[in-house]
Ligand binder design. Structure first.
Ligand SMILES: [Cu+2]
Length: 191
């Protein structure tokens, strides 16, 4: 049942859009002196690619699509899909080095308030029915579309590393989430 729902949600073009956006993202991190955030997931390639299309999961994870949805249904989160660490402090101007160790694309998106992403079934199951403004646009037909990548909406493909510059941020606290898996969150303090 979930297969059909997520397949409908993603076949409406958002996966293709996502691939295009990821290609247009920033170049690989080369900065020194930053703090590292690792993106993790545990997607099982066989079931994820069967449901979402070839290349959606390129890792060697073991969580099937059904298991992911079962865990979300039970707990509104999936523990293997996370940012590590979930809280960090960085000196003003230093980059956050975001490294995707998982098998799926994730985003590192600065949001005013935590909310849902651009994949409706994942928003519903994780208890984030209202998308974060920075993650998604609601189309006239009710579908969600991803917001374009920018320096504060960074798409990181599996295995890639990106540098998030904090040069434009005043000291303070900032919230980040993945716009695909909205329970993946980071609180960043710039000092
Ligand atoms: Cu994610």
């Amino acid at each position: 049942m979930w297969h059909r729902k997520i397949s409908i949600a993603l076949s409406a073009g958002s996966l293709a859009a996502l691939s295009a956006l990821a290609l247009a993202g920033p170049t690989e991190a080369s900065h020194q002196g930053g703090e590292r955030v690792r993106m993790h997931d545990d997607c099982d390639p066989a079931t994820f690619n069967a449901v979402l299309g070839p290349g959606a999961c390129v890792g060697d994870g073991e969580t099937t699509v059904d298991q992911l949805f079962a865990e979300l249904t039970a707990t509104q989160t999936a523990r293997a899909w996370n940012f590590d660490p979930s809280m960090l402090t960085i000196r003003e101007g230093r980059p956050v080095l975001v490294e995707n160790r998982g098998g799926e694309t994730h985003t590192f998106t600065m949001v005013e308030h935590f909310g849902g992403g651009f994949v409706a079934p994942l928003n519903q199951l994780s208890g984030n029915p209202v998308p974060a403004e920075e993650c998604a646009t609601t189309l006239p037909n009710g579908d969600l579309a991803p917001k374009p990548p920018s320096k504060v909406n960074v798409f990181v493909t599996a295995g890639a590393k990106e540098a998030f510059s904090t040069a434009h941020l005043m000291p303070g606290t900032y919230l980040f989430e993945c716009c695909i898996h909205p329970w993946m969150r980071v609180v960043l303090t710039v000092r």
